[in-house]
Design a protein around this ligand. Sequence first.
Ligand code: ASP
Length: 439
Amino acid sequence: MSKVVKFGGSSLASAEQFRKVGDIIRADADRRYVVPSAPGKRFKEDTKVTDMLYACYDHAEQGIDFSGELSEIRSRYQEIIDGLELSVSLEEEFRVIEDSFKSGAGSNYAASRGEYLNGIIMAAYLGYAFIDAAEVICFDEDGAFNLDKTTRVLSARLEGYANAVIPGFYGALPDGTVKTFSRGGSDISGSIVAKVVQADVYENWTDVSGFLVADPGIVKHPKRIDVITYRELRELSYMGAAVMHEDAIFPVRQEGIPINIRNTNAPEDSGTWIVGSTCQKSRYVITGIAGKRGFCSVNIEKDMMNTEIGFGRKVLQAFEENGISFEHVPSGIDTMTVFVHQDEFVHKEQKVAACLYRLARPDAIEIEADLALIAVVGRGMKSTRGTAGRIFSALAHANVNVKMIDQGSSELNIIIGVANEDFETAIRAIYDIFVLTNL
Ligand code: ASP
């Protein structure tokens, strides 16, 4: 059995946090490959080392003295080294970093040093081998991640190592130039390592005990989700529920490796399991609720629209020609409504409307702004009658006017459009009826 364990920035922000991580790893001999993030925030107003590195490099690039900022970064690491009573010296590393900053190594290189240095400390602390991600996580010349090459290089490299630390967040182009994933990308690195070593589990350790049924900023003390499928998670993440980088699902999903989200500060909690499929029913018909504000609806009316072949294509073409992606397209007999992101659409609305008139010749177009979309997601909905009914009666009782309903044929989610100002009330009402009342 082998487990790949990824630790997020807050789990590695101080020596005290490192000790917790050390205890977690030593408690289970299967935790063989460790993927660390850079040190995150130690307290709420603190700055993540990755952000410090970006800012520092920014000054270096502008020719502004950056020695003070670099030494602040250095003290973050020194504090950890001293707190762990290690004899590691980062002297030479920081000399190389300073020179590279001066010679314009790039912001990707700069940011990657956060995980690189933390990886060195982690390897020394655990007595594990350190493997520089620049040598084993491979990108193509155009910056696209190359999974085949990475699989070859990384598996060859790990042969003979029972344990290793591989820093997260970065890899390199074929010419050795360091390249990072997008922010939060250590989650992706962990998933890649798990796939390559064919791990039994990918444990992703963070500062919460897993995914919650709803946003704790909206619902007080929401329940935790015990088991969620990759597909359900995709739906919820897309709608704004965030614990892990969205793209981290793909590498492990291909191999059917489960992800276990765990809390470094409460290691006894079993966390959330993210799996391919499961016969385990979710506790409450629905698995989770998430949503976003800031949408516009463009309602296009045309008599006999239903008989006009190609009408839908023409409508969507008007959005495509203006570089606007659409979210949902519910339609009626003589109407079709297109939901778009308000910030993308607002500057182009007249151009889109003109284009719609030119291409689709509608009778009328009506635009409504300040809408929110809420996704109610759950694999359990498929086999349960009355889910939609319960949602809408809860919303009616809460005095929320429903503007749009869209249920995919997969019966995995129901999307509801409401006014921005009803957003939180609607989420609370749905949570209450399924989780609190759980009739
Ligand atoms: N340290 C990087 C960031 O702050 C990557 C990560 O933590 O996953 O985005």
